[in-house]
Design a protein around this ligand. Structure first.
Ligand SMILES: O=C(O)CCC(=O)C(=O)O
Length: 302
């Protein structure tokens, strides 16, 4: 699946885009299943276990910001997580034994209002015993400069793990000015619907509000090598069967591989739970423009 150049780019820059990975029928089914779930937002007043809603959502004028944990929301997504061409792309990057993480999402970025995602590193949310962990973004729509493409900071996966806290609690985002993070070299990722992006768990990334007239939906699956175990406090591991049921390639193991990696623990928990958009509400020093209604809310009225 991947060329030597793509494998080298993943290691050097921390990301790649692979064009035209899904076949046409699978892409059409992905779009149809997603439309069906989005339609269920009509009449809904609050976030649910599946739907995360835009600040400007109204029951009579639904605006879905995210479908949460798609693999648990519909059997199609669980099957798609093990799509053979995706597994073939990941094996040279994180090995022959791969687990789907319990998270994952479809970020909808609706036309004209789709919310931004502030700069962050996934590793700040879910550190593991080793960093053979990455995210795959499957494009449901063409993604280009106008509709809020994923932005990445090349090489940042080899740099520090930045502070993702504000007001003494996790906020899932980096205050770039405060942290001295220069985002001027960020690149935008483009691709046709059915293509995928792959980014390293420590790569700094984010995306702007979608002010265009075209939606930008991306399904993000998070994958870890089977021997990368989540650190304490990151994921509830009471149910080993569920953990192992999420092996999408190869075999599980009870022997974690320990690497010397920098870690920050995402505790105390963010005051706003439910999605990254909620977590990031307490960020000081926002970088991206937000919708009027999605105002910063700071705990204790500060
Ligand atoms: O949807 C995007 O552009 C960014 C997604 C992301 O990084 C996240 O939701 O964690």
């Amino acid at each position: 699946m991947l060329t030597e150049t793509q494998i080298a780019q993943y290691h050097d820059d921390g990301y790649i885009v692979v064009e035209d990975v899904l076949d046409a029928a699978t892409l059409a089914e992905l779009q149809a299943v997603t439309a069906e779930i989005v339609a269920s937002a009509a009449g809904v007043r609050e976030h649910t276990d599946v739907l995360d809603l835009e600040a400007s959502h109204r029951p009579e004028a639904p605006r879905v910001r995210r479908i949460k944990r798609p693999h648990a929301a519909h059997p199609f997504y669980r099957k798609l997580a093990a799509y053979p061409r995706i597994m073939a792309a990941l094996a040279p990057l994180i090995g022959e034994n791969i687990r789907l993480r319990a998270g994952g999402k479809i970020n909808m970025k609706g036309a004209e209002y789709g919310a931004p995602v502030e700069w962050h590193q996934d590793w700040a949310f879910y550190p593991h015993t080793n960093q053979s962990v990455l995210a795959v973004g499957i494009l449901l729509d063409d993604m280009n400069s106008s509709n809020g493409p994923l932005r990445v900071l090349p090489g940042s996966h080899k740099g520090p793990v930045y502070d993702h806290h504000s007001f003494g609690a996790f906020c899932g985002a980096i205050d770039a000015a405060k942290e001295g993070l220069d985002v001027s070299t960020a690149r935008e990722l483009y691709g046709r619907a059915g293509s995928i992006s792959i980014h390293h768990v420590r790569l700094v990334h984010g995306s702007a509000l979608n002010a265009s007239s075209r939606e930008r939906r991306v399904l993000f699956y998070e994958y870890a090598a089977a021997d990368a175990w989540p650190l304490a406090g990151v994921e509830h591991l009471a149910n080993l069967d569920d953990f192992n049921d999420r092996i999408v390639y190869g075999q599980p193991t009870k022997q974690p591989r320990l690497e010397q990696v920098p870690v920050r623990i995402p505790l105390p928990r963010a005051p706003f739970q439910g999605s990254i958009y909620e977590n990031q509400r307490t960020l000081t020093g926002r970088y991206f423009e937000h919708e009027q209604e999605d105002v910063a809310v700071v705990p204790n009225g500060r």
